[in-house]
Design a protein around this ligand. Sequence first.
Ligand SMILES: Nc1ncnc2c1ncn2[C@@H]1O[C@H](COP(=O)(O)OP(=O)(O)OP(=O)(O)O)[C@@H](O)[C@H]1O
Ligand SMILES: [Mg+2]
Length: 344
Amino acid sequence: MALELSGVAVTAGRATLLQGLDLSLGPGQLVGLIGPSGAGKSTLIKVLLGIREPSSGTVRLNGQPVQQAGPVGYVPQDDALHGSLRVQEALLFAAELRMPTWTDAARRSRVEQVIQQVGLEERQKVAIHRLSGGQRKRVSVAMELLTSPPVLILDEPTSGLDPGMEAKMMELFQAVAQAGRIVLVSTHAMQSLDRCSRLLILMQGRMIFGAAPDQAPDWFGTRSLNGIFDQLPTQRPETWAQKWATGRTLLAQSTPVQLSAHLRVAGLPEHPSDTRQGDTRQGDTRQSDTRQGDTRQGDTRQGDTSTPSSADSLKPPKNLHPALRDPALQKQLEELKAAREKKG
Ligand SMILES: Nc1ncnc2c1ncn2[C@@H]1O[C@H](COP(=O)(O)OP(=O)(O)OP(=O)(O)O)[C@@H](O)[C@H]1O
Ligand SMILES: [Mg+2]
């Protein structure tokens, strides 16, 4: 199973809501989607679901256009539930509609199971309009769990939940993913993101990160995931996006110094960033042995939010690691240089 986006852009009038998005998600992944408000998370989710047609690019589930590939579970940001029904009734009703071929007993047992999964046992006889916001959200999640869809996409399913419940729900999503599904969750809560196998970060419609959550702090030059949002305004969205487009392959294959050298040649924010200097995190041994030749101490670019235009910054550093001589990366670099020179 694969959910794949290729070259996706979404425009509305003159506004660009998403641009240049490439993504491939596979079974077993819990994917966290974060980004400032208005970054395009809900728009991306609608594109992934096939609710919103991209202006360009393709969205495929198992190689087919997503609209034809079968149902994807979806919990929208603003969920609509029948307030007058009790929790259990609403779920039984949904089960009847969605699983018409099941026996009554099988449906009852499934409803019982999902009520347990979302921790609503004690509220199952209560009318939905009498539930708290977080409890209502859990009913919406339970509705989608009924059919065990292969892909489950949830737009801010934990907003309005207390931290304990948020942690429990993320644990549940992780378990659902580990059972062989793709689960994508957009959120503003940072505390449980380490449960995600992959973290996608959007900024002004661009993908600026898409790897494991524990790789994100270094990528943005912060000490923790929480610091990332403070770091975003230090560069323009297009610079962060270019950093991701340029460095994504190397992130998996290279040491921080090799990656940093490549990014430096491309005139992009380095990795790890200067803000990490003096950071002596326990157990972090990466700074000790591999930083020879790192001349960033005297680098005057700190705080500079523009991409440097001087031809000097394009000179390859000495002792370029063999991994950075990869022909594809070299080609990418040449293109970047040519584009930069053309610009001015
Ligand atoms: N139909 C539309 N026409 C024009 N602009 C739109 C439309 N839908 C959304 N937008 C704009 O697109 C941008 C992205 O919106 P989106 O709802 O995807 O953001 P988000 O990341 O989900 O934000 P939040 O965290 O607040 O939910 C916003 O600036 C929004 O105003
Ligand atoms: Mg949203």
